[in-house]
Write a protein that binds this ligand. Structure first.
Ligand code: PAF
Length: 282
């Protein structure tokens, strides 16, 4: 694996590969890598000649400064895991490499209503920061394929909109969420939880599965109310949302017509750590 730290080195290296007709797959990350990330790398390796992974804890997407300073950093282990998985290039830029003219976003991305609900509502500005960094990274890496995890369901929709807005020639592949045996979705933030907290946090997945099992046409209110109560009873401090939404638009669905595709999404805090998860229901 080659480790590159500057935008110039990365562009130089990749343009030489492109000239040889080699295709690049790209996995953007913020580090603290787990099996979910490695699965993205494996998908990329299967379908591309070169796989680039970036590790960059992007300051502009953290609406909560404490979440930024507490974001886990495990670089040595990340490098070990990426080597083992067969990643070709690790891009490890500094803030000035990503934002040479400063972090201020000059032109906001038009994300429409997507920015006003769920993560957009509870993390104001978050998706603008995500678009800002992913846009910059896509311009640098110029991949044929981009790999994102389904755990960040709304982020995947936002990036699809970014690709549409920028007309960048990249295909987005969304890879299913990797889970612990308990069902807990793998997340870098799980590193901030004790073993007991992790056990308790599995309630989120249990609730998603319960919602799926209980789905029937008509009002969905009781499914949401029961899931909310179960998450709080398991020891979560606060819930941002438990929502059942249209899987294509993310608009909330309170009564199901028995046909439309649905997704259930949760964001909740346990011991001050914010976890998100989702499950497509039908
Ligand atoms: O999902 C993440 O880890 C981040 O939001 C991403 C896509 C790497 C952008 O910083």
């Amino acid at each position: 694996m080659i480790l590159l730290k500057t935008a110039t080195d990365l562009s130089f290296f990749l343009s030489a590969k492109k000239a040889q007709g080699l295709q690049t797959g790209f996995v953007p990350t913020m580090g603290a890598l787990h099996e979910g990330h490695l699965r993205l790398v494996e998908h990329s390796k299967k379908n591309n000649n070169i796989t680039v992974v970036s590790i960059f804890v992007n300051p502009t997407q953290f609406n909560d400064p404490q979440d930024f300073t507490r974001y886990p950093v495990t670089l040595e282990n990340d490098i070990y895991l990426l080597e083992k998985t067969g990643c070709d290039i690790l891009f490890l830029p500094s803030v000035p490499e990503i934002y040479p003219s400063g972090m201020q976003l000059t032109q906001p991305y038009d994300l429409g209503y997507l920015e006003t609900l769920l993560e957009g509502k509870y993390r104001p500005g978050h998706f603008q920061g995500v678009c800002q960094v992913v846009h910059r990274l896509l311009e640098l890496v110029q991949p044929a394929n981009l790999y994102l995890g389904q755990k960040d369901y709304q982020q995947c929709m936002v990036i699809r909109q970014l690709i549409h807005l920028t007309a960048l020639p990249v295909q987005l592949e969304i890879v299913p969420t990797k889970r612990e045996p308990s069902g807990l979705a793998m997340s870098s933030r799980n590193l901030r939880l004790s073993e007991n907290e992790k056990k308790a946090a599995a309630v989120i997945y249990q609730c998603l599965v319960t919602i799926q099992a209980g789905l029937k046409p008509g009002s969905l209110d009781s499914l949401v109310t029961e899931a909310t109560a179960a998450i709080l009873a398991a020891g979560f401090d606060k819930i941002d949302y438990v929502s059942i939404a249209d899987a294509a638009t993310l608009l909330p669905v309170t009564a199901w017509d028995g046909q439309s595709k649905l997704v259930a999404l949760v964001a909740a805090f346990i011991s001050g750590v914010r976890l998100i998860d989702n499950l497509t229901l039908n």
